[in-house]
Write a protein that binds this ligand. Structure first.
Ligand SMILES: [Zn+2]
Length: 274
């Protein structure tokens, strides 16, 4: 599932291709991926509009149109938002094709169809996307140990679940939660309320450089992820915890273990992480 660095990579690779382009025509092949409003209104309101801005919030891609409408997209498990030449072959499970001025296309493909789009009017109150509930951006200045302690310090859930809560930290997912707890040397099954201030500080200080390095490597392609131009990310070689169970810990050489926390596969070092 694409997380903050992957979505940021999609935004950065799409931005130069989409900025200032007009949406000439929209073909919707599967209405499931248009979450709001209905497909007819979606097409009617978007056709003829020009793309003014592209940003990310948590794991959402936010496209602002010239009339102030906000088109947001979430890739969920298997979504791919791609800029392509019309002559390029469609990916399987392409559900939306937007033809742009200048000849390119913005395409949305999604095998499982959990992801998709919402279109909000200018100044429309957001009650539909889920973005309205998002917590702090971990790459913003206000993100620190005090924030984590205030939001998670008294919780009785495993720390892994705590840092995965999108209402607390926007954009962190399974890969970078495992990487964070490895870097902070904290066992993922520890309860939030058992962590010391020093441990929260290590977690808060681990997250930004891990995310920034993953963005610099254009994201992690474990199975599905592609950037906005169809290229795979290169961060997988740099992972120290996620997906490495049974392999030697890169810090101490012990065999990495796997467990399930909150239904998610979780890798950790039984020696380094206390
Ligand atoms: Zn270790």
């Amino acid at each position: 599932m694409p997380e903050l660095p992957e979505v940021e990579t999609v935004v950065r690779t799409l931005r130069p291709n989409l900025m200032g382009r007009k949406i000439m025509r929209i073909e919707i092949r599967h209405e499931d991926v248009i979450h709001y409003p209905d497909a007819a209104a979606f097409v009617h309101r978007l056709q003829g509009r020009t793309i003014a801005e592209l940003n990310r919030r948590g794991k959402y891609i936010c496209i602002t149109l010239d009339d102030g409408q906000l088109l947001s997209a979430h890739l969920r498990m298997t979504g791919r938002l791609l800029y392509a030449d019309p002559k390029q072959e469609l990916l399987p499970h392409t559900h939306v094709i937007m033809e742009l001025s200048g000849g390119g296309q913005l395409r949305y493909a999604d095998v499982r169809r959990f992801g998709g789009f919402w279109l909000l009017e200018k100044n429309e109150e957001d009650t539909v996307t889920g973005m309205q509930h998002l917590g702090i951006e971990p790459l913003s200045p206000g993100f620190d140990a005090e924030y984590l302690i205030s939001r998670l310090g008294r919780r009785a859930c495993p720390v892994k679940n705590g840092i995965l809560d999108q209402c607390v930290i926007a954009g962190l997912g399974n890969i970078y939660a495992d990487e964070t707890l490895f870097a902070a040397r904290v066992r993922p099954d520890r309860l939030c309320r058992s962590l010391t201030e020093a441990e929260w500080r290590r977690i808060a200080e681990a997250i930004p450089p891990i995310l920034e390095a993953a963005i610099a490597n254009r994201g992690t392609t474990f199975s599905d992820f592609l950037d906005g131009t169809g290229r795979e990310g290169e961060n997988v070689a740099f992972l120290k915890a996620y997906g490495r169970y049974g392999q030697p810990c890169k810090a101490c050489g012990a065999v990495m273990e796997k467990t399930r926390i909150g239904g998610r596969g979780t890798c950790f070092c039984p020696c380094c992480q206390k």
